[in-house]
Design a protein around this ligand. Structure first.
Ligand SMILES: [Zn+2]
Ligand SMILES: [Zn+2]
Length: 179
């Protein structure tokens, strides 16, 4: 677990500390289902005491195994995401309702440690593309035989798939009928 000790930093407005860590995750839950995480999740950055909150700025990186939307093959997807989060103490005595909560985007700081995992997960999720393609020009699968067309053409007669050719064939047949 990537935890940053900020007990000392909390007492030093304007101060900052750097951090670096990595952890092993087996899977990451995405909107399209959970995907395998096939490299350590690395994180680097710094925490700054802004006087009001602790500002975390850094970078998260790992490699996911995604499944191509077109050809259904699995592929490695290296991912680098920017991390920017603010943490604030909810337990300041005599300061009820500091506005820290969901609305402000400031995460609650409990005790003297920041557990970075939730922020790391969120940053990675935001950096995952909407469309998963093993390569930009993935040819996908043949709709007839199911062959992966990236690996070569299949034996299917693809001419019948082209509507323009179908129209032409129709015209030729009509002309033959006329003569
Ligand atoms: Zn593909
Ligand atoms: Zn085919």
């Amino acid at each position: 677990m990537v935890k940053i000790g900020v007990g000392d930093l909390k007492a030093r407005p304007g101060g900052e500390i750097e951090f670096k860590g990595q952890e092993k995750w087996s899977r990451l839950a995405t909107a399209a289902g959970s995907v395998p995480v096939i490299a350590p999740v690395r994180v680097t950055g710094k925490v700054t005491n802004t006087g009001k909150t602790l500002l975390v700025e850094g970078q998260v990186a790992t490699t996911l195994e995604l499944t191509c939307d077109r050809c259904l093959e699995k592929y490695r997807y290296p991912l680098v995401a920017a991390l920017e989060e603010e943490y604030g103490s909810t337990k300041t005595p005599g300061e009820e309702g500091t506005g820290i909560g969901e609305e402000t985007g400031v995460r609650p700081l409990v005790g003297d440690f920041i557990d970075l995992k939730p922020a790391m997960e969120e940053a990675l999720l935001l950096a995952i593309p909407m469309k998963w393609l093993c390569r930009e020009n993935c040819r996908g699968l043949c709709p007839h035989c199911g062959r992966n067309l990236n690996e070569g053409l299949c034996q299917c007669d693809t001419r019948t798939l082209d509507p323009r050719l179908a129209v032409l064939e129709e015209l030729l047949r009509e002309r033959e009928g006329e003569s």
